[in-house]
Write a protein that binds this ligand. Structure first.
Ligand SMILES: Nc1ncnc2c1ncn2[C@@H]1O[C@H](COP(=O)(O)OP(=O)(O)OP(=O)(O)O)[C@@H](O)[C@H]1O
Ligand SMILES: [Mg+2]
Length: 587
């Protein structure tokens, strides 16, 4: 239950609606209680008429008795109607509240997801993230809605019904309630089993969601390797485990209801048996017996829903625990307040950077510096640490020691969002949204950018010819992650997207690798014109794109092997000139 305490803030937010709902619960129970009373009065009255049939000659008395029976009938109808109205209002308030809270909670989790950093996403699966924001939130909603509603209902109806029964006949009530402790105990035992079963099911479901998500994301690879059967089999197996876990739980549930009905049936027999003797002894009317049986039936649902509610609460608690795990994750620190300045120079000194799951550092003794308006190239073989360095520069990765300074002030003094707003970044593995080309390009900018600006970005990224060939031009939808584009087109799309941004620093991480050499040199030339006066950082495993950089940082196995411009490096650095020679030979 303690996990569910984190929901209290929502309950407090909607306290008046919940309170109103509880008032409706009380009122609907109040009217329900009257129904058996009217039934008893009606039956006893009708019996009196049948026993005093001789009075038929006395028409007036007979009419009066009939009128009262009819009156009781109408009263039953009225009470049932009123009970129904308040039942409706109870659902309208409490269930609506649970939907509101579900909405709030999903937003809370979604916003948290967005604040979590690179580290978190590296260690968690998308399927798991999805299942926590969907299935787990639904489970929690069942606690807030139905559980609270039924629990309030159980509480009030139980107290009211039992009070009523005690007033009529205390000893019979005691007899009738005798099976209830057994019922409660069996509910307790069963609920515990349900809890364990539910936890297993939830975990299995998360696993299945992850599997399905990965399969669909990688469907092209799966098909090209002809691995459908393997994945089918895998999914089938997970599904089978899920099914058997669900069936195990269903078995427990299946025993539950018959058991309850049996115990309630026993109580009914007791009422008939003892009630019969009481009637014979004159301490009880036949109407009382009927009344008692109705009360007993009214108790069945609350007692039944107690078991169900307990299971719901336990399920919700397990789900909330999973939600809390993510809500409690440390966010990427962002304590800076100042807006990002018009900087002169940025310096990064990094003794080492090591990924958590690796036993050697990805970067070591890196010290780099760039000035506003410079064109910086980062070259190095694959795995040399270029992307890591760039992700540190864009603050996607947090520094592990060392300093990151903007004109002698630590970067942490500036708000992360302010810093990011000054950066346009093209990542190595492109990501496009399943939308139109236009929307994907506009994504980088203020949405009110003009058509002219879009066309300019397209030209600078050398996309104009490609787009002219699409049937609907810029309004062509590109499919999930841009499936309908070639690798090079995708890269140039993300380039255009970055160019739409009015940033100070443009960072390109190996983003021309799928573009042919000729197009590449055209793009570089255009970029230099388009981004005149802006800072450019471009990484590449080839030297060609950064030949004309003001400064080139040469990375070798996580260390800066050399710094300088191309001419200088060719002269002085053995590794660089070796790289250059090799690549020139290749081309
Ligand atoms: N998310 C990660 N988790 C763990 N290790 C990583 C991660 N990303 C990179 N590495 C490791 O860090 C080292 C440097 O990788 P990085 O991606 O920075 O190289 P790169 O120079 O960009 O290579 P490429 O030219 O292939 O893009 C490699 O040994 C790599 O295995
Ligand atoms: Mg890389």
């Amino acid at each position: 239950m303690s996990e569910l305490a984190s929901l209290n803030k929502y309950l407090i937010r909607y306290k008046w609606l919940i309170l109103l709902g509880i008032v409706c619960v009380v009122l609907s129970n109040l009217f329900a209680i009257y129904i058996p009373v009217f039934v008893r009065l009606g039956i006893d009255d009708a019996l009196w008429i049948s026993q005093n049939i001789s009075l038929i000659e006395n028409n007036l008395l007979y009419e009066a008795a009939l009128q009262t029976v009819l009156g009781f009938g109408l009263s039953i109808l009225a009470a049932a109607l009123l009970k129904g109205v308040f039942l409706f209002l109870m659902r309208q308030t409490l269930i609506v509240t649970s939907r509101n809270i579900e909405y709030d909670q999903k937003n809370e989790i979604f916003q948290k997801y967005e604040r979590l950093g690179e580290e978190f996403y590296r260690n968690h699966y998308t399927g798991d993230l999805m299942s926590r924001i969907s299935e787990d939130v639904s489970n929690v909603r069942m606690y807030i809605g139905p559980s609270i509603m039924y629990f309030a209902n159980i509480l009030f109806s139980f107290v009211m019904i039992v009070t009523q029964m005690l007033m009529i006949n205390a000893s019979l009530t005691a007899w009738v309630l005798l099976p209830l402790p057994f019922l409660s105990y069996s509910i307790y035992v069963v609920s515990k089993k349900i809890n364990v079963g539910n936890k297993r099911i939830q975990e299995q479901l998360s696993q299945i969601t992850t599997k399905a998500q990965e399969t669909f994301a990688g469907i092209r690879i799966i098909k090209s390797f002809g691995a459908e059967r393997h994945f089918n089999h895998d999914f089938f197996e997970s599904g089978k485990v899920f099914q058997s876990k669900n069936l195990a739980l269903a078995k427990i549930n299946a025993i539950f209801f018959p058991l309850m009905t049996l115990l309630m049936g026993l109580s009914t027999i007791l009422v008939l048996y003892i009630g019969g003797w009481e009637v014979k002894a004159g301490r009880f009317t036949p109407g009382n017996v009927a009344e008692f049986i109705i009360y007993l039936n009214m108790l069945i649902w609350p007692v039944a829903s107690l078991g169900w509610t307990t299971a719901l609460v336990q399920k919700a608690s397990a789900s909330q625990k999973r939600i809390n795990e993510f809500l409690d994750e440390a966010e990427q620190p962002d304590n800076g307040l100042s807006p990002f300045p018009d900087f002169h120079q940025i310096t990064l000194k990094l003794p080492r950077y090591q990924y958590l799951d690796k036993d050697f550092p990805a970067l070591q003794e890196v010290e780099v510096q760039f000035k506003k308006g410079q064109f910086i190239g980062v070259v190095g073989k694959t795995g040399s640490g270029k992307s890591t360095l760039i992700q540190l520069l864009t603050r996607q990765l947090e520094m592990q020691g060392g300093t990151f300074e903007v004109d002698d002030k630590s970067i942490s003094e500036y708000a992360l969002s302010a810093f990011r707003s000054k950066i346009a970044y093209v990542q190595q593995d492109t990501f496009l949204f399943s939308d139109t080309l236009r929307e994907n390009i506009l994504f980088g900018s203020e949405m009110d950018s003009s058509e002219e600006e879009v066309q300019k970005a397209i030209r600078f990224a050398s996309l104009d010819n490609d787009i002219a060939q699409f049937p609907k031009g810029l309004d062509t939808i590109i499919g999930e992650r841009g499936v309908s584009l070639s690798g090079g087109q995708k890269q140039r799309m993300s380039l255009a997207r970055a160019l739409m941004r009015d940033a100070d620093i443009y960072i390109f991480d190996d983003c021309l690798s799928a573009v042919d050499a000729e197009t590449e040199s055209v793009i570089i030339e255009r970029l230099k014109t388009a981004l005149k006066g802006k800072t450019i950082i471009m990484s590449s495993h080839r030297i060609a794109p950064v030949l004309k950089a003001d400064e080139i940082w040469v990375l070798e196995e996580g260390r800066i092997a050399a710094k300088g411009n191309h001419e200088m490096l060719v002269e002085t650095n053995e590794y660089y000139s070796w790289l250059f020679e090799n690549q020139s030979l290749e081309s």
